[in-house]
Design a binder for this molecule. Structure first.
Ligand code: PNS
Length: 162
């Protein structure tokens, strides 16, 4: 059984992430979406919110496990007995950082592969930070995030002024 892990901050999950998830699930026997708890990026959304958003977005996919982790990704991979890490690539600018991470993780555990999936061209401009920026200024995020989490994202920025 081939177990894949798709890790990220998901602050918040976007339709670009979901596109990768929907394609990756067809390639793996089991897909685990893993949300990093304490990211140095200082997430706007709490771990409960970020996991909740993914649960809502993937409610029609009970086969996909949604989990969270702290510390090193490779330790989570080992704990889950996973075989591969899935990463999405949008542009050449993503590549350098992702190559370093992939080589680092390969060094830490040579049995674990990192598989890169190219973004859907429709979402190549999309990122969680762009969604946050739009939401912060009450911009339109229709089509960028799953419908079921849209209002909660906008509400958070309105309420907290974050
Ligand atoms: O969505 P992001 O923020 O691009 O995801 C980055 C993530 C969570 C995949 C990456 O930061 C990560 O793997 N963090 C866990 C810590 C780790 O294992 N770092 C690599 C060795 S220094």
């Amino acid at each position: 059984m081939k177990i894949c892990v798709y890790p990220g901050s998901f602050d918040p999950v976007t339709n670009g992430h979901l596109d990768i998830i929907n394609r990756a699930v067809k390639l793996c026997d089991k897909l685990i979406v893993a949300v990093l708890i304490n990211t140095s990026k200082n997430p706007v959304f709490t771990i409960e919110e970020r996991v909740g958003f993914l649960k809502c977005a993937l409610k029609d996919h009970p086969d996909i496990e949604i989990d969270s982790f702290s510390g090193l990704l490779i330790d989570f991979i080992k704990e889950k007995k996973a075989n591969a890490i899935i990463k999405g690539l949008r542009a050449v600018s993503d590549f350098e950082y992702e190559l370093q991470m992939a080589l680092l993780n390969k060094n830490l555990d040579p049995d674990v592969e990192t598989l890169f999936m190219m973004t859907n061209i429709n979402y190549s401009f999309l990122s969680s930070s762009a969604v946050r920026e739009l939401a912060r200024h009450s911009g339109n995020i229709d089509g960028f995030v799953p419908e079921c989490i849209k209002d909660e994202i906008l509400k958070k920025f309105k309420k907290a002024g974050v």
